[in-house]
Write a protein that binds this ligand. Structure first.
Ligand code: PLP
Length: 441
């Protein structure tokens, strides 16, 4: 019996004892291909010598220095690098320990900005259904993942919701993509007017929806419209790039591909690619200047913010991505993986949609392709698929409740950027096998 409160209290997962490249080895000698980078984390794969060496150097130099007393070269250099590569004027960087902390920080920073501007009435966040922004109470409140929220709903602050941009399910066949996008933007604007823009702090969204919806990219022009509406009504726009950022979709920030700049961006996961727990918030210069010229301090902080070893790991990961031109590789391998998935699942009777960007791709499963009818939730197809994949030495990231928190199943793929075409082919072949076995059960 384990003393760990595991994710499933009726099941102890295999013990990972080694990891190298795109694989993780368990104590029973079995090796798993990490086709999901855990949860879209391990973008450089495992055991990368440059990252490990950078961590060693930092540990020997200074393993920890509290940010109430010191800053470190590792943290400063990481912040410089992130700011230099960020969308326009996102030059303030706050380093935390993960994605939920990054989102909490983003929410509080946005709120304090308005307080500094003497607009304390603003207390509401606007966010989309079928989204995920983290598991801490603030981030969970803003997120629209129904099953994750359910037990805690009475504890969560009010959040105003709009529809996700989910073309596969929500665009009627007769409607053009542009009209669908216009309807979503119309809904956003109407909701803002109904709520009163003077009460709203920010609109939060994942540029490419991650685990909740399964790699759902926006329609063309959606985020341009969001930006315009936020500007028109003086509402901040927070992009949650915890999963889709840091190169996962083929550009350092996913939203770059939509041609707009948010006011605040949250990143984590791929930032240090799993070598250390770290997340970051990038804030527009105007927000940081406002606080600097106002109260002078952001009312926030945790013991481990700006952790030097985490910062050194993240810096090394980002340097490797640039040195080895891995963003170009994400784009080309992403196209390869998509083609391979199309070859195998493109006409599969139970795969309704293949979607995503770069190396963040997903399949959505359906009972019936023509009606898009999902499988019955009681069947727990996603859970069965995970088990069948693990039996075949394959880590993928399946999830249920794709449509509304209850119905729908998808599987997310987020392989390391270093995966070769042969690796991707092996991943697709094992996945095909696992899907067949899951559907037979
Ligand atoms: N935001 C998004 C979009 C995520 O995908 C996640 C995690 O999956 C989070 C926030 C929370 O990050 P963490 O699990 O590191 O707290």
């Amino acid at each position: 019996m384990s003393h760990i409160i595991h994710r499933n209290l009726r099941q102890v997962p295999p013990v990972a004892v080694g990891a190298d490249g795109i694989t993780i080895r368990a104590s029973d000698g079995k090796t798993y291909i990490d086709a999901s980078g855990g949860a879209a984390v391990s973008s450089l794969g495992h055991g990368h010598p440059d990252v490990i060496a950078a961590m060693h150097r930092q540990i020997e130099r200074c393993a920890y220095a509290h940010t109430g007393f010191f800053t470190t070269e590792a943290a400063e250099e990481l912040a410089d690098r992130l700011a230099a590569g960020a969308p326009e004027d996102l030059s303030g960087v706050y380093l935390v320990s993960g994605g939920s902390e990054a989102m909490e920080t983003a929410l509080k920073l946005a709120r304090q900005y308005w307080v500094e501007l003497n607009e304390p009435k603003r207390r509401l966040f606007l966010a989309r259904r079928q989204s995920y922004h983290g598991n801490t109470l603030g981030a969970l409140a803003v997120g629209g993942n129904e099953w994750r929220r359910k037990a805690f709903a009475p504890l969560l602050m009010d959040t105003v919701r709009v529809s996700p941009c989910y073309e596969y399910r929500d665009r009627p066949e007769r409607q053009s993509v542009d009209d669908y996008t216009a309807c979503l933007l119309d809904e956003l604007e109407t909701t803002i007017l109904k709520t009163g823009p003077e009460n709203i702090i920010a609109f939060c969204a994942e540029p490419v929806v991650g685990a909740t919806g399964g790699a759902i990219p926006p329609t063309p022009g959606y985020f341009k419209g969001v930006r315009e509406i936020c500007d028109r009504y003086r509402i901040l726009f927070i992009a949650d790039e915890v999963m889709c950022g840091m190169g996962r979709t083929g550009t350092m920030y996913a939203i770059e591909q939509d041609g707009v700049a948010p006011d605040i961006v949250a990143v984590a996961k791929g930032l240090a690619a799993g070598y250390q727990p770290i997340g970051a918030v990038l804030a527009h210069k105007a927000i940081v200047d406002c606080i600097r010229n106002g109260s002078g301090a952001f009312q926030h902080g945790h013991t481990y913010i700006g952790h030097p070893v985490a910062a050194a790991a993240a810096l090394a990961v980002q340097q490797v991505i640039e040195r080895d031109d891995l963003l170009a590789r994400v784009r080309s391998r992403g196209a390869t993986l998509r083609r391979m998935l199309g070859d195998v699942f493109g006409v599969h009777e139970h795969v309704g949609d293949i979607r995503g960007r770069g190396l963040l791709l997903a399949l959505e499963f359906v009972q019936d392709r023509s009606t898009k009818e999902p499988f019955a939730p009681e069947r727990r197809l996603h859970a069965v698929l995970k088990q069948k994949a693990m039996e075949r030495g394959l880590m993928v990231y399946p999830m249920g409740g794709t449509i509304d928190g209850q119905r729908g199943d998808h599987v997310l793929l987020a392989p390391p950027f270093i995966a070769t075409a042969a690796d991707l082919s092996e991943i697709v072949s094992r996945l095909e096998d696992a899907v067949d076995a899951a559907l037979k059960q």
